[in-house]
Design a protein. Structure first.
Length: 502
C-alpha cells in the first residue's frame, strides 16, 4: 500500500512523453488500486483491538538502530483511507486541466501519495521524519511548476515554513533518543510511561519542538500565513491534496506524538493552544467572509475548520478527540470537493473572482446543485458530514470549558455567513456577464467525481458509527494515558493552571 503509488510513478517514467492518455490511465489505475487496498485495510481492521495492527518491522540502520516499522491504529487507518480516497479523484480532476508536462505531473502526484501513506503508517521516529520531509519535494514541484502566477513564491514559502518546523521536531527526536536509546515510537512511549525520566522543563521544550512543527502544518494561528498562498497558486489537484491530507498531518502529529509522549506539558499548554485554536476559528471565518477570490475563501475556511480539530484535541475529552478525528476526515472530503468545484469553474472561465459570476444556477444547474450540497456540508448542516465532528467537538469542549464551546460556536455561525453569501453572489440573481450565459454544465467525468464525493458526504452525515467505532479503543487508551499522568502535576512546578480535565 505504501509504495504501490511510487511503483506507478516508476512505470510512468518508462512511458513516452507523447502518450499523455496512457500516462493518465496508468496514474489512475495505480491510485485506484491503492485505494482498494486501503478499503481492504479499513474493513479488516479490528475495532476491538486497541494495539497497532498490520505491523511490518525490518532492520534499516544498525548504528544508531533505525527500523522500517509500519503499522496502523484507529487514528491512522482513517487518514490512510482518506489519502487513498482523494488521490484517484485528484487524478481524475486533473484529466483535462493538466496539459503541459503531463508525465512529470503524475509522477510527482503518485510519489506524493507514497510520502503521505508513509507519514500515517510510520512507527519509527526517524522513518516518520524521512517520510515527512520526502513528502515536501513532490508538493513543491506540483505548486512551483503547475501553479498560477505567483507559484514559485508560494512553493518556496510552503517549503521554508515546513522545514523550520521540521528542524524543531528533529531536535526533539534526537533528545528523546538520548533518553530512551531507541527511535521506535512504541518503545519510546513504553519507556516514558514506565519511567518518568523527563524533567518537567525538558518535557515543555520537547512538547514545543513537536508542537511547532505540527502547528505550522495545520496551520494554527499565527503560523497560517503560508496556507492561502499555497492554496491559491497550486493546481486543483495540489489544493485538494494539500487541504484534504497534508493539513491533517499536523493534527495527526499532535494526537500521535504530543499528547501521549508529553501528557503533562500538553495539559499545561492546553489553555494557550485552545485560545489560539479559537482565534483561528473566528479569524479564519472573518477573513474568508471578505475574500473576493473563491479559492482564497475556501483556503481561509480551512484555517477555521482545522481550528475546530485542534480545539477538540486539547479539550482532553474523549468525545471531543473523537470529534476532532472525525472532523479531520470530514474536512478532507468537504474541502477537497470545494477545491474540485472551484477548479472546474476556473477551467471554464479562467477566473475565480466572485464578482465575475452571478446567476450560474440558471446556466449550469447540475454543477450548482453539487456546489450547494458541498457548501452545506462544509458549514455543518445536520445530516451531512460536517455536522458530526463539529457537534462532538463543541460538546466535549463544553465539558472541558464552557467558554471554549461558546466561542467556537461563533465560528459555526460565521461559516454559514461566508459560504451562503458566496453561494448567493455566484449562483443566484440575473446573469449579468455575457461570458456566463454559454457555460457548459458538468460532463460525465465531473459528474462521476462529484457524485462520489456527495455520496460520501451524505453517508458520513447519516451513519458516522463505522468511523467512530474504529477509533474508540485508541481514544480510550489515550485518555487513560493522560489521566494517569495528570496526577504527577501535583508534584511538579506548573507553567500555569492545568487546562482541560475530566
Amino acid at each position: 500500500m505504501t509504495f504501490l503509488p511510487l511503483g506507478g510513478a516508476v512505470v510512468i517514467a518508462f512511458v513516452g512523453r507523447e502518450r499523455a492518455a496512457a500516462i493518465r490511465w496508468v496514474a489512475f489505475l495505480f491510485s485506484l488500486l491503492t485505494f482498494l487496498i486501503t478499503v481492504c485495510l479499513y474493513f479488516q481492521f479490528d475495532p476491538h483491538n486497541g494495539d497497532m495492527q498490520f505491523q511490518q518491522m525490518h532492520a534499516w540502520m544498525k548504528s544508531p538502530i533505525v527500523g522500517y516499522h509500519l503499522g496502523v491504529d484507529g487514528l491512522s487507518v482513517l487518514m490512510i483511507l482518506l489519502t487513498g480516497f482523494l488521490t484517484p479523484l485528484s487524478v481524475l480532476v486533473s484529466w483535462t486541466g493538466i496539459n503541459t508536462r503531463v508525465k512529470e505531473f503524475f509522477i510527482f502526484l503518485l510519489a506524493l501519495e507514497t510520502g503521505m501513506m508513509g507519514v500515517f503508517a510510520s512507527l519509527d521516529l526517524i522513518l516518520f521524519f524521512v517520510f515527512w520531509e520526502v513528502m515536501l519535494i513532490p508538493m513543491y514541484f506540483l505548486i512551483g511548476i503547475w501553479g498560477h502566477e505567483r507559484r514559485v513564491y508560494a512553493a518556496i514559502k510552503f517549503v521554508l515554513f515546513t522545514m523550520v518546523g521540521s528542524a524543531f521536531m528533529l531536535t526533539g527526536i534526537i533528545y528523546l533518543y538520548t533518553i530512551t536509546h531507541t527511535f521506535d515510537f512504541q518503545q519510546v512511549l513504553h519507556h516514558l510511561t514506565t519511567y518518568s525520566s523527563i524533567p518537567i522543563q525538558a518535557e515543555r521544550w520537547l512538547f514545543l519542538a513537536f508542537f511547532i512543527a505540527f502547528a505550522i502544518k495545520v496551520p494554527v494561528f499565527p503560523f497560517h500565513t503560508w496556507l492561502p498562498d499555497a492554496h491559491v497558486e497550486a493546481p486543483t489537484a495540489g489544493s485538494v491534496i494539500l487541504a484534504g491530507v497534508l493539513l491533517k498531518m499536523g493534527t495527526y502529529g499532535m494526537l500521535r506524538f504530543c499528547l501521549p509522549l508529553f501528557p503533562d506539558a500538553s495539559r499545561e499548554f492546553a489553555p494557550i493552544v485552545c485560545g489560539l485554536a479559537i482565534v483561528g476559528i473566528i479569524y479564519g471565518a472573518l477573513v474568508a467572509m471578505v475574500q473576493p477570490d473563491l479559492k482564497k475563501l475556501v483556503a481561509y475556511s480551512s484555517v477555521a475548520h482545522l481550528g475546530f480539530c485542534v480545539l477538540g484535541i486539547f479539550a482532553f475529552r474523549p468525545e471531543a478527540i473523537e470529534g476532532a478525528i472525525y472532523q479531520m476526515f470530514s474536512h478532507g472530503v468537504s474541502t477537497g470537493a470545494l477545491f474540485m468545484l472551484v477548479g472546474m469553474l476556473y477551467e471554464r472561465r479562467h477566473t475565480r473572482l466572485i464578482s465575475e459570476f452571478g446567476g450560474l444556477a440558471t446556466t449550469i444547474p447540475i454543477y450548482s446543485t453539487f456546489f450547494l450540497i458541498v457548501a452545506l456540508s462544509s458549514l455543518g448542516l445536520p445530516m451531512l458530514n460536517g455536522f458530526v465532528g463539529e457537534f462532538l467537538i463543541i460538546v466535549g469542549s463544553f465539558y472541558s470549558h464552557a467558554a471554549y464551546a461558546a466561542l467556537a460556536s461563533v465560528g459555526v455561525v460565521l461559516a454559514a455567513v461566508y459560504l451562503l453569501w458566496m453561494y448567493q453572489r455566484v449562483f443566484y440573481g440575473e446573469v449579468t456577464n455575457p461570458k456566463n450565459r454559454a457555460l457548459p454544465d458538468c460532463d460525465f467525468r465531473e459528474k462521476l467525481i462529484l457524485t462520489v464525493m456527495v455520496v460520501v458526504i451524505i453517508a458520513m452525515g447519516i451513519y458516522p458509527q463505522p468511523f467512530l467505532r474504529r477509533m474508540d479503543r485508541n481514544v480510550t487508551a489515550l485518555m487513560q494515558r493522560l489521566d494517569n499522568r495528570s496526577l504527577t502535576m501535583i508534584n511538579r512546578t506548573p507553567l500555569g493552571r492545568v487546562g482541560g480535565g475530566r
